[in-house]
Design a protein around this ligand. Structure first.
Ligand SMILES: NC(=O)c1ccc[n+]([C@@H]2O[C@H](COP(=O)([O-])OP(=O)(O)OC[C@H]3O[C@@H](n4cnc5c(N)ncnc54)[C@H](O)[C@@H]3O)[C@@H](O)[C@H]2O)c1
Length: 360
């Protein structure tokens, strides 16, 4: 099997390359890996040598340019892990709205045209941020001291179970410009697959974390928090009264690799193409709980409080991934504790990681 991983020098891309290389190590089961990245994400450059080693061929190319895909050989599958991956992009960070659309939507079109011409399947890494911000904010939550918890005693809205948001949760605006590029990419991928007869899987990924993640406040929050704590850098709980009660679930990219592998080998009868993919309710944590973990590892540190909530902030976002689990016989294997420990150990041995993650 030949697989192209786009954005292969990013956090998820490089972990997927590693996953496929090690999980298909025997000759009878070998995969040929191809990777492409334009190295625009500060820090991605440091994964280039690893990508060159793991790939049959690494291309330094920009997916916004269709011609940069012309030299990529025919493959069986494309895993699209390239994007400007911040929910603040396009509106509240240094990326303009046009740049965001070029990096997240024009690239999708070029990749889909590539899939069409090469008869390749497509695995799109979408996001839990396709779900309605307003509707998430209306979820019934209770303050449990160090985290928000879902209060299911009075009934939950459509598309929400005690295990989290399902694929049928509202995607009504506002979802952020980032979420809109992902939702539009999903629609295009489904239509291309349907019109031109190639397989498409859409994974609406929740927060992913692990060692080697390039941490910024708006992307890679777990890595950013743990590294910043260890380096005694300024940290703040932003929004929702500034107490750090916001909850997310957490998935390790190696677990995503297992799922994508099962999707590429799937021969069952399921017609569903869109799946939530997250660590789930067992892997939920709040920022305040992450701080408790950091205190245990590195000692106390003051966290500032910013009461004002930003437009794209949500208080609770946990994915109910049971359809993906049942369809592909898949389970996340990394617990939150495993993931935090992996990042904390990485932080100990990489004391300048944050500088490298933000260096242009
Ligand atoms: N990390 C998460 O928590 C998370 C959660 C949900 C969804 N996702 C999705 O998973 C995918 C991977 O995320 P990540 O965390 O690895 O992001 P990342 O920023 O670490 O990596 C993205 C990579 O894509 C490359 N890239 C960006 N634009 C490109 C272009 N035009 N041409 C070629 N390469 C380009 C960057 O240089 C970078 O190496 C993204 O689609 C993201 O939206 C990530």
């Amino acid at each position: 099997m030949r697989i192209l991983i786009t954005g292969c020098c990013g956090f998820v891309g490089i972990r997927l390359l590693e996953f496929f290389k090690s999980s298909h190590a025997s000759e009878s089961d070998a995969v040929e890996l191809y990777g492409i990245d334009n190295l625009c994400r500060p820090g991605s450059q440091r994964n280039r040598a690893t990508a060159v080693k793991l790939c049959q061929r690494f291309l330094h190319g920009d997916l916004r340019l269709a011609s940069d895909l012309e030299n990529v050989p025919a493959v069986d599958w494309v895993i699209d892990a390239s994007a400007n991956a911040s929910v603040l992009s396009g509106s509240a960070n240094s990326t303009s709205s046009r740049q965001l659309i070029e990096s997240n939507l024009i690239t999708t079109i070029n990749i889909l045209e590539f899939c069409k011409s090469r008869r390749a399947g497509m695995v799109l890494l979408s996001s839990s941020r396709v779900y309605s911000i307003d509707q998430i904010r209306r979820l019934p939550l209770v303050d449990r001291g160090d985290h928000f918890a879902l209060n299911s005693s009075t009934g939950l809205p459509n598309g929400c179970t005690p295990d989290g948001l399902t694929e049928s949760f509202s995607t009504k605006c506002p979802i952020s410009l980032y979420g809109a590029t992902k939702l539009a990419s999903e629609a295009l991928a489904l239509e291309y697959g349907n019109s031109f007869g190639f397989p498409v899987w859409i994974n609406r990924c929740g927060l992913m974390a692990g060692a080697g993640q390039l941490g910024r406040i708006d992307q890679g929050i777990v890595a950013f928090w743990i590294h910043s704590w260890r380096e005694h850098r300024k940290l703040a709980y932003i929004g929702y009264s500034g107490k750090g009660l916001q909850v997310r679930d957490c998935l390790h990219p190696a677990d995503l690799g297992q799922l994508v592998s099962a999707q590429m080998e799937y021969s069952g009868t399921c017609h569903e193409r869109v799946f939530n993919v997250g660590g789930g309710i067992k892997n939920q944590f709040s920022l305040a709980q992450l701080s408790q973990y950091c205190t245990g590892q590195f000692g106390p540190h003051v966290v500032d409080a910013v009461a004002e909530t930003r437009p794209s902030d949500v208080p609770w976002l946990v994915l109910d991934s049971r359809p993906a689990q049942e369809t592909f016989q898949w389970q996340p294997t990394y617990s939150v504790a495993n993931i935090f420990d992996e990042i904390a150990n990485h932080a100990r041995y990489h004391p300048t990681w944050l500088d490298e993650s933000t260096r242009e």
